[in-house]
Design a binder for this molecule. Structure first.
Ligand code: SAH
Length: 247
């Protein structure tokens, strides 16, 4: 069934009204009409099954036939602090990490960043990529895309247990560090810091450590910057039991 994030005000009691650019997609691309069912999400964690009733050129209306908590949200709240990357690599990070279950993204500027600051066009494309990936992967909430921060600022705001995958780390493996964290919390919070193509400088790694951020190894292979966040997020969700069918 097609899934769609809508703004809260589109859903009132048990009716849903869709206007604007989504109509073209539903009517002409997906060829949905009266009697068809879609799933609507309002970013609250709930999902609504909706039967379309009227499908006009400017307005689609439907009635809610079922309401349930979206199953796609992990309890573990991961924030990925990702250094800006060249070309479309940052988009790949947003797409793949939304699929796996990252809760929020913080783009950051690091010493060795070569990519420039994103334009407003690019930022809106990033937002669309997150929405599409969240719909496709059956998330119940849209991951939040925060505004750009400098690396030092990122270190100061990182919440929960914080790890920094670093290819120079020879002792601490990511699994050991994650397994050593306390497990009592209902919704553990983890911050993951990933560097740019050229990696973090030693000074940055030391600065992060001074803020209690732990450098960890992701193994002996050097991963591309756009791969490292996905791998670290995946291992984290696995260690917290979020990749089981029943989770
Ligand atoms: N230019 C560096 C590699 C940077 S890889 C070099 O050739 O040595 C980009 C980012 O991915 C790094 O900043 C780090 O956060 C992460 N990363 C890649 N491979 C890793 C590994 N084996 N262990 C931990 N982090 C890794």
């Amino acid at each position: 069934m097609h899934r769609l994030f809508l703004s809260e005000d589109c859903i009132a009691e048990n009716t849903v009204a869709i206007t604007g650019s989504l109509i073209h997609r539903l009517r002409n691309v997906l060829r949905l009409g009266a009697g068809d069912h879609i799933v609507v999400l309002d970013n609250s964690g709930w999902e609504y099954e909706v039967e379309l009733r009227t499908t006009g050129r400017n307005r689609l209306e439907g009635v809610v036939t079922n309401k349930a908590l979206a199953a796609g949200e992990p309890r573990t709240r991961i924030t990925l602090y990702q250094a800006l990357l060249k070309g479309s690599s940052f988009e790949m990070v947003l797409q793949k990490c939304t699929e796996i279950g990252v809760m929020s993204f913080v783009p950051m500027v690091c010493e060795r960043c070569v990519a420039g600051e994103p334009t407003s066009n690019r930022l809106s494309r990033w937002g669309n990529i997150i929405v599409e990936a969240a719909q496709q992967s059956r998330r119940g909430k849209l991951p939040v895309l925060h505004s750009l921060v400098q690396f030092k600022e990122a270190c100061e705001i990182g919440a929960g247990a914080s790890i920094l995958p670093w290819e120079g780390e020879g002792v601490r493996g990511v699994g050991d560090v994650l397994r050593s964290l306390p497990r009592a919390e209902d919704a553990p919070e983890i911050s993951i810091f990933v560097g740019p193509e050229g990696g973090f400088s030693v000074g940055e790694v030391q600065y992060a450590q001074s803020w209690g951020i732990t450098p960890v190894s992701l193994g002996k292979r050097i991963l591309r910057a756009e791969t490292a966040g996905l791998v670290a997020a995946t291992v984290t969700l696995y260690e917290f039991g979020e990749l089981d069918g029943s989770a």
